[in-house]
Design a protein around this ligand. Sequence first.
Ligand SMILES: NC(=O)c1ccc[n+]([C@@H]2O[C@H](COP(=O)([O-])OP(=O)(O)OC[C@H]3O[C@@H](n4cnc5c(N)ncnc54)[C@H](O)[C@@H]3O)[C@@H](O)[C@H]2O)c1
Length: 386
Amino acid sequence: MAADQTTGIAIIGCGYVADSYRQCLSLHADTLRLAGAFDRDPQRLAAYTATWGGRAYASLDEVLADGSCAILLNLTDPESHAAVTQAAIAAGKHVYSEKPLAMTATEAATLRDAARNAGVRLASAPCNLLGESMQTAWAAIRAGTIGKVLLAYAEIDDGMIHRAGYDSWVSRSGKPWPGRGEFETGCTYEHAGYALTVFAALFGPARRVTSFAALLVPDKGTTPPLAHPAPDFSVGCIEYDNGVVVRLTNSIVAPYDHRMRIIGETGTIEIKEPWDYASPVILRRPGQGRIARFIERRLGGGLGKRLPMARRVPFKGGRGKPTMDFLRGPAELAAAIREDRPSRLDEDFAVHVTELTEMLQHPERFDRPALVQSRFAPIEPMDWAR
Ligand SMILES: NC(=O)c1ccc[n+]([C@@H]2O[C@H](COP(=O)([O-])OP(=O)(O)OC[C@H]3O[C@@H](n4cnc5c(N)ncnc54)[C@H](O)[C@@H]3O)[C@@H](O)[C@H]2O)c1
């Protein structure tokens, strides 16, 4: 592709994740061109451009007035997403927003409508659905490898982050990992999208959500204490229009486990890490007969076969390099605009994922919990176990 056919992008919000995006730019040299970056904090902006070079915009208005930038990458903190996206839409820019698209489904739908009225495109992260691992799993499912899909389980337990020494996590341009934001935005808002986007692609729209959320560790040892701690655990069951049922768990309390399992009539597909495009895709068959059942019980799922990847992952992650290509989503949006076709991560898709995310983290906003009426006196352990 000739250089003048690249799409100009601008980064708004030069925080922790902006470095991960920037590290992926060389993978898209043929299609994306970084016009510049902006952060409302001048020191953060200066550190970013000192690390990576490129233009530092003086204001958001300057970005919006720059004709060489077609797509804004909204990498601000979640609470700032809607305002920045709204301003970009009003200025006629396409937007690729980090997740969540907005903090409520209503706000997300308002952004979608504004984008449609303005004739611009809107898409949202995460884009791990476009990664080799997920595409491989999807291809296997489409090919009937596990028969009719019945059920899927996804764990996004991230471990006790507040005890994990996150103060020392620093990005390439020196930005600390925003733990306080993570604790106040909520791990479900931060992480559920990595599973919900994949399930939306695989199963289509959802029709019913039953969820539960709780704040288990209100004091995460921050100074000052958290002003608005969000739920640090949620679990939800989602029923899709096609009949598939999903159980999705999010926490920053239970030990790290990011397993995703898609269960069909004749097999299960398992992906260990949805944050890694190279994560192996494992096929397991249900145990048939006593020996297979014994192995299944002993190995927690039985013997597995690694499926060949749909293609080689075109980069090597790990050792300070992202294991996801963060720019694959913006590249998909740019291609969709160029080719005048819907983007795989389009507005309706992003609004739907935002709605499910809100339902998981805030069940109280959608229906009243069923309160248990019966009670019983506490029981004692066995005498020999005291
Ligand atoms: N931290 C991660 O590992 C990670 C990974 C994947 C996705 N994300 C997502 O990326 C987004 C950003 O996360 P982060 O970790 O980089 O946060 P961060 O707090 O490190 O950075 C956010 C940056 O946005 C800037 N900002 C906020 N409002 C702004 C505005 N109106 N105009 C200009 N700049 C503004 C802030 O000054 C800050 O530098 C979030 O949506 C998060 O969910 C984060």
